[in-house]
Design a protein around this ligand. Structure first.
Ligand SMILES: Cc1cc2nc3c(=O)[nH]c(=O)nc-3n(C[C@H](O)[C@H](O)[C@H](O)COP(=O)(O)OP(=O)(O)OC[C@H]3O[C@@H](n4cnc5c(N)ncnc54)[C@H](O)[C@@H]3O)c2cc1C
Ligand SMILES: *[C@@H]1O[C@H](CO)[C@@H](O)[C@H](O)[C@H]1NC(C)=O
Ligand SMILES: *[C@@H]1O[C@H](CO)[C@@H](O)[C@H](O)[C@H]1NC(C)=O
Ligand SMILES: *[C@@H]1O[C@H](CO)[C@@H](O)[C@H](O)[C@H]1NC(C)=O
Length: 570
């Protein structure tokens, strides 16, 4: 069985690869000449389709509001400069049918359509492009409706996590949702990319709690889970939204949280045992009681004029202080945790505390509704996964390296517990069995091209230093920690090959299924960005595979794809 199917598939691919044109004609045909005419034709189409004048919701570069609308959801100052590429048009839909019209009206214009919800993409992919592009900004689609009786909520793509937490808090002190710790992150990018926070060990990922979703597909149709089918629903549950359509929102299941939770923070420096502290953390953080999440922050600092490293545990315990103190006295005496180090509060207050509000119990909950940010530092992030503990000597050499580099910090996020209980292919997120995730993190205030290059190189240098300690074949990365260094796609003739490079790092064994779904739902590759899922190369004019065909391919899966790459090389 398995020998005949791949063969016929390979011969088909042979034709595909050698006799066909790439599908990417979209990105290669020149966009219409004048941006005025593009604006006018888009606006006419959009107004016709929505049966009203839409000048309020479509911004050309000459609109006086253009730059404030653009800037409102830029969260990285690196992409807020005069030389940052700007969209020809920004569309800000106010209803689902607006989104549908925006997709239909952009399609014939041959522009890249960038979809933006909260704008927190670390490399700005939701609002920049080196090709002519539009931004579809969903920040006005921000309804959150919580149904405590049903234990669920509808959360729109343009809502922020802070709004989601706030609306839950309004109705209940014992319900929560396992998602990111930064309240201004958008639902659209966060959930379509997986989503995790300080309850990952107790509950898993945000996408482990999806009940339903709504999406606008490439034909402008509004589809719920039933209408889109399980393949597409699976793909947008962590496979990155921007490859398949525009996510309008998700229906989520709420989780139970105790009335009292505990937070604490403990710091060590090299001269107070930071090496042993971090070394030991690896054996406790990912294995302890799933109610406990201990994030480890590692940062080079100067203290009393000496360069050293600070290791900080920041923790949430879903329970009382006494219980976590006695748990950690046994499991992690190096931490030296006492009750005085702990603060008890409600779960919602702990979300405020994690957002660096020291006085969480006195903070107005409404700060989580604040959207008027329009400031940010310059930043860069990268990610890695660790599957076996780093040796003590390794930690030592790491600290030395970090002091030598001087700026870049690391965040170790423990896994284990519930996140590992779901199958690796339950959602597109494949990293469930890892010990912990590393985030490389550097921010800076004043910028020049030179300074920026220095920081970006520092991030690359530490990433390269870590090679021996982290996952390999493929070296894994977390989609929501967007990092264009791991590969980008020009969507030309090599789109599939380029896509494999970053795609296997982000999605591991789930990459092939994502490609099949992408090929079935968006064969013309309209929804694309620098790291979107590529389509399988298919001859122009050839039949587009039906979802049924795609499923048949999944049985040949890896073998066929491997064969294709080999053929391509020759
Ligand atoms: C300060 C900060 C803190 C963070 N903390 C966490 C954390 O605790 N946990 C975590 O998991 N991640 C965290 N992240 C990463 C975050 O989850 C991702 O950046 C996420 O993609 C942001 O979603 P967004 O809607 O704000 O981003 P956007 O920049 O709007 O979008 C990100 C990507 O998703 C696509 N996209 C956005 N909306 C849609 C949509 N509606 N339909 C289809 N595609 C869409 C965009 O095109 C883009 O490719 C953090 C990021 C920042 C900047
Ligand atoms: C923890 O509490 C002890 C007192 O019990 C105190 O000496 C120590 O400084 C505290 N540590 C932190 C990190 O606050
Ligand atoms: C917390 O708030 C109180 C009153 O608002 C203030 O007196 C105190 O200094 C604050 N504590 C910290 C650590 O900011
Ligand atoms: C973008 O730059 C403008 C100045 O040009 C500044 O006022 C604004 O705060 C910046 N926004 C972000 C998010 O960096």
């Amino acid at each position: 069985m398995l020998t005949t199917q791949p063969l016929s598939f390979v011969s088909v691919l042979f034709f595909v690869l050698f006799l066909s044109q790439p599908l990417s004609s979209l990105s290669q045909s020149p966009p219409p000449s004048s941006s005025d005419s593009v604006y006018n034709s888009f606006l006419k189409c959009f107004s016709d389709r929505t049966k009203s004048s839409q000048t309020q919701n479509v911004f050309s570069q000459s609109n006086p509001s253009f730059s404030s609308v653009l800037r409102a959801y830029i969260r990285n100052a690196r992409f807020n400069t005069s030389s940052t590429p700007k969209p020809t048009i920004i569309v800000t839909p106010r209803s689902e049918s607006h989104v549908s019209a925006a997709v239909i009206c952009s399609k014939p214009l041959n522009y890249v359509l960038k979809i933006r919800s909260g704008g927190h993409d670390y490399d700005g992919l939701s609002y920049i492009s080196d090709k002519p592009f539009f931004i579809l900004d969903l920040s006005n689609l921000r309804d959150v409706s919580v149904d405590i009786a049903e234990n669920s909520a509808w959360i729109s793509a343009g809502a922020t996590l802070g709004e989601v937490y706030y609306r839950i808090w309004e109705k209940s002190r014992i319900h929560g949702f396992p998602a990111g710790v930064c309240p201004t992150v958008g639902v659209g990018g966060h959930l379509s990319g997986g989503g995790y926070g300080n309850m990952i060990r107790k509950f898993g990922l945000s996408v482990d709690y999806l009940i339903d979703a709504k999406i606008v597909d490439v034909n402008g149709r509004i589809l719920d889970r039933k209408a889109m089918g399980e393949d597409l629903f699976w793909a947008i549950s962590g496979g990155g939204g921007g490859s398949y359509g525009v996510v309008l929102g998700y229906k989520i299941k709420l989780v139970p949280v105790p009335e009292t939770v505990t937070v604490f923070r403990v710091e060590k420096y090299i001269n107070s045992g930071a090496v042993d502290f971090v070394y030991k953390w690896q054996f406790v953080g990912p294995k302890t009681d799933p109610n406990l999440f201990m994030r480890m922050l590692i940062q080079p600092v100067t203290r009393n004029k000496v360069k050293t490293v600070r290791a900080t545990v920041v923790a949430l315990f879903l329970g009382k202080a006494d219980d976590v103190v006695s748990l950690l006295r046994k499991e992690f005496p190096e931490l030296g945790l006492t009750k005085e180090n702990c603060t008890e509060m409600t779960w919602f207050q702990s979300a405020l505390w994690w957002d660096n509000r020291v006085n969480a119990t006195q903070t107005d909950p409404k700060v989580f509704l604040d959207r008027n940010l329009d400031t940010s530092s310059f930043g860069k992030r990268k990610s890695d996964y660790v599957a076996t503990e780093i040796p003590r000597k390794g930690i030592e050499s790491l600290f030395k390296k970090m002091i030598e580099l001087g700026k870049i910090g690391l965040v170790f996020n423990p896994y284990g517990g519930k996140v590992a209980e779901f199958a690796v292919n339950a959602t597109p997120f494949p990293h469930r069995n890892k010990l912990f995730k590393i985030q490389y993190s550097v921010n800076w205030k004043d910028n020049t091209a030179e300074i920026e290059k220095g920081y970006l190189n520092e991030a690359k240098a530490l990433y390269s230093f870590m090679t021996g300690f982290v996952s390999k074949n493929p070296r894994s990365a977390y989609l929501n920690y967007r990092d264009v260094d791991i590969g980008v796609n020009d969507h030309g003739a090599n789109s599939y090959k380029e896509g494999e490079v970053y795609g296997r790092k982000y999605f591991g064994v789930n990459f092939d299924r994502l490609v099949k779904i992408k090929t079935a739902v968006d064969p013309g590759n309209f929804f694309r960005n620098e790291q979107s899922i590529p389509t399988l190369p298919i001859a122009k004019g050839a039949e587009v595979p039906e979802p049924g065909t795609a499923r048949r391919w999944s049985r040949v899966g890896g073998a066929a794809v491997a064969a294709m790459v080999v053929l391509h090389v020759f």
